[in-house]
Design a protein around this ligand. Sequence first.
Ligand SMILES: CC(C)(COP(=O)(O)OP(=O)(O)OC[C@H]1O[C@@H](n2cnc3c(N)ncnc32)[C@H](O)[C@@H]1OP(=O)(O)O)[C@@H](O)C(=O)NCCC(=O)NCCS
Length: 207
Amino acid sequence: MTLPSPPASVLIRRAQPEEDVQHLDEIFRIVNTAYRSNAGWTHESHLIKDNRISKEGISQLLNDKVKVLLLAFDSASGRVLGTAQLDPAECNPELDDYKGEGEKDGGSSTYTESLPKTQIVHLGLLSIDPEHQSRGLGRQLVEAAMNYAKETLERRQAVVTVLYQRPELSNWYKRLGFIDYGEKKSYPDPSSTLQDNVHFTVLRRAL
Ligand SMILES: CC(C)(COP(=O)(O)OP(=O)(O)OC[C@H]1O[C@@H](n2cnc3c(N)ncnc32)[C@H](O)[C@@H]1OP(=O)(O)O)[C@@H](O)C(=O)NCCC(=O)NCCS
């Protein structure tokens, strides 16, 4: 199958509250369609109900001084193509310090030392407009986010939490260099899940 070409030029930058409030409705549509509809090649609409984020939540994120919202734009049209969020791990009480217990699926662990939260960043709210998926944009956005985390936030490790019931997504992250060390995490709001035993697999990548 030949995939359509990605936009000729993609701009990825940190969102700014004044400049990007005009894109709030578009961000709302993209995130919630990507996560909670069946429009794209991977989603969680069969696992979690309701929207992934509210307009108020997006507005708070745009104005957050610590958490970083990255936006990907089609440079030619100025349209938003996708989103990614970077949270310093110390802002996330649900994340533990990493103790380095070895890689789950065999092979040697690339992280055997303990890392404090201040050296870890959490990657979340990763979404690409379903109309533009499978064109390499998700990979491009993750790489830009990893560079931002390393160079600007001065982090040494990125962590993502992926629903255990989404192996296609875990495999996608593994192709991007994330490693499953066997950590699990419970889903914070069991009342919104649509299946039993919905929980997270934790994946980490050295920066
Ligand atoms: C996950 C997501 C960001 C990926 O974005 P994307 O632009 O489609 O990603 P890319 O085009 O860079 O990569 C697509 C990859 O998936 C593969 N793929 C495409 N369709 C597929 C399918 N039906 N099954 C499995 N793999 C598939 C492609 O071959 C490609 O593989 P490669 O990385 O080895 O080249 C996007 O699907 C999305 O927004 N999903 C919903 C929100 C979400 O789940 N976010 C992550 C939460 S932790």
